[in-house]
Write a protein of this length. Structure first.
Length: 364
């Protein structure tokens, strides 16, 4: 017969797969072996919660708390089940009790602060974050949330202090840079805002929030008819980092209209022009690469890379890509389209797909 630990582990496996009914039945078997097992009771409550059977979940959490009144997990989970039943005040009480046991326990901290933020009771949320930071002053997430609460209250200096502390702990955190930038944006300190958004995008150019915020800066600069060479220069570079080439070029054009003699600005403008041209021509390049690969694979089993590149250039004389850029796009096209081709030294070897669809290396 399986012991309690084995049954709970099996239940966890079902739970992780989203099979909550099977998980529940397995946890109940564990309770048949050990009726006062706290973990099994809490897990049964979690299953009922995920099945949206909140009353049953509450029963299990209360049973666990009768056995172990200071169980922070049971208190938090009970609070969440009560919150789902719109019993908000009772939920708040449970979250508070959980945090009294462990002020830095992230789940009730997040749940309780969310309620306060939604209610715009920012001072109450700040009190929670500060209590948690008194226990664990190097918790980056709590510094971020503290800064956010101060920002909602328009206490921007305190928000900047909180985000600065967060950055000291995690200098490569894209969220902190973005949030700090937004505070500067609210203060209309556009130069510092652009710097912070750029830092965020340099960490992850696909992160959409700093890009969205840069567009807000752009719109305000247009609306306010701001004629500031350095600001437009920073904004042009920021959009370049975001790979938003159309906006980068627009900002760059405004920059050179203000000062066309600045050497760095000229270089930035030329760089943006070149990158945008390549970006605009990329679909044409990819189309020609496809045509070239189809042609060469239909007439030969091998082809020199230089011959394929020469053919692409012949068909598209206006291409501004280097040979290496064309070559890497060839490789990416082969990979993305799962083409039957292999690179051997300096040439591509084409082969037909076997009947069983399994790739075969004919060079072996």
């Amino acid at each position: 017969m399986a012991d309690t630990k084995e049954l709970i582990e099996k239940g966890d496996m079902y739970f992780d797969e989203g099979k909550f009914n099977q998980a529940l039945n397995t946890y109940k078997k564990a309770l048949n072996v050990e009726p006062k097992n706290i973990d099994a009771l809490i897990c049964c409550g979690l299953c009922h919660r995920n099945l949206k059977e909140y009353d049953k979940a509450i029963e299990y959490y209360n049973t666990a708390l009768e056995i172990e009144p200071d169980n922070k997990t049971a208190l938090n989970n009970l609070g969440y089940a009560l919150e789902m039943k719109d019993q908000i005040e009772e939920a708040i009480e449970m979250y508070k009790k959980s945090l009294e046991i462990d002020p830095n326990y992230d789940m009730p901290l997040v749940n309780l602060s969310k309620i306060y933020i939604d209610r715009k009771e920012y001072q109450a949320a700040i009190k929670i974050y500060k209590a948690a930071l008194d226990v664990d002053p190097i918790n980056t997430a709590n510094w971020i949330d503290l800064g956010r609460a101060y920002r909602f209250m328009e206490k921007y200096d305190k928000a900047i202090s909180a985000y600065s502390e967060a950055l000291r702990l995690a200098p490569s955190n894209k969220v902190i840079h973005n949030n700090l930038g937004y505070v500067y944006f609210c203060l209309k300190k556009y130069d510092k805002a652009i710097d912070a958004f750029t830092e965020s995008l340099e960490i992850d150019w696909l992160y959409d929030l700093p890009y969205s915020n840069l567009n807000k800066v752009y719109k305000e600069m247009i609306d306010q008819n701001i004629i500031d060479f350095n600001l437009w220069k920073k904004l042009a570079n920021a959009f370049l980092v975001a790979r938003a080439y159309k906006r980068a070029l627009d900002a760059s054009n405004r920059m050179v209209e203000i000062n066309s003699k600045d050497t760095d600005a000229k270089e930035l403008h030329e760089k943006i022009l070149s990158v945008k041209q390549k970006f605009d021509m990329t679909p044409i390049l990819l189309e020609k690469i496809e045509q070239a690969l189809n042609l060469f694979s239909s007439i030969s089993t091998t082809a020199l890379l230089t011959d394929i590149i020469e053919y692409i250039r012949y068909k598209t004389p206006d291409l501004i890509f280097t040979d290496d850029e064309i070559k890497f796009n060839i490789f990416e096209t082969i990979q993305k389209q799962n083409l039957n081709a292999r690179l051997v030294v300096n040439k591509l070897v084409f082969y037909r797909q076997p009947i069983d669809n399994a790739k075969v290396d004919y060079m072996k």
